[in-house]
Unconditional design. Structure first.
Length: 202
């Protein structure tokens, strides 16, 4: 059933694109195409992407007061780390993939319903007292660049970094394996912290 929106509404199967650099007050509901929304400003309302293979890009420093529903299809959530910020899993539902891009420090919390969080640049941080988890055994998967994981809380699965010069700082608990991959990598397990393993590819 098509959602009724109070700010932006599209219908039909066209591939819609919304780029927000200001403030949108009210909800957004898009049609059945392969739609894309990029939020660099402030959205004060819920977002319904509808049917189709949709993409929602959220700059971590931007504001979002509602929930984003990817709807039916194979939908992707992209977090732009530029400028840093915070991301809460409760605000994003019905997405099949999750990737962080850009350079910046993003603090994550909650239980994400993805197999893994793809890291392609920047830093993923988990704050003290927070838990980060995903649906799969590996919570964070790195890319080919130099990336950083700064854990002060709990990562409920593993961490698998890729190529590049990566760094993992653990001041909390990592409940799965830590694999650093190729490159000149650094793993620091601070006093009082706990990680299952720390492995580096040769």
């Amino acid at each position: 059933m098509m959602k009724a929106a109070s700010a932006i509404q599209t219908i039909g199967e066209a591939n819609d694109r919304v780029v927000n650099n200001g403030t949108i007050i009210g909800s957004i509901a898009l049609g059945a195409g392969d739609d894309r929304i990029e939020n660099y400003g402030n959205i004060e309302g819920d977002v319904f992407l509808g049917e189709g293979d949709d993409t929602f890009l959220q700059r971590a420093a931007a504001l979002l007061s509602g929930t984003v529903d990817g709807g039916a299809g194979t939908d992707g959530l992209i977090i732009d780390a530029t400028g840093g910020g915070t991301v809460n899993s409760d605000q994003f539902v019905n997405f099949e993939s999750f990737t962080q891009i850009g350079q910046g420090d993003v603090v994550y919390s909650g239980d994400f319903a993805f197999d893994t969080i793809g890291l392609s640049g920047g830093t993923i941080s988990v704050g003290a007292g927070e838990t980060l988890s995903s649906a799969g055994a590996v919570t964070i998967t790195g890319g080919d660049g130099g990336e950083t994981v700064d854990n002060r809380g709990t990562i409920a699965g593993g961490v698998m970094m890729g190529g590049g010069d990566d760094r993992v700082d653990n001041r909390g608990v990592i409940e799965g394996d830590v694999e650093l991959g190729s490159g000149n990598d650094v793993f620091v397990d601070y006093s009082g912290s706990n990680a299952v393993t720390a492995a580096s590819a040769t």
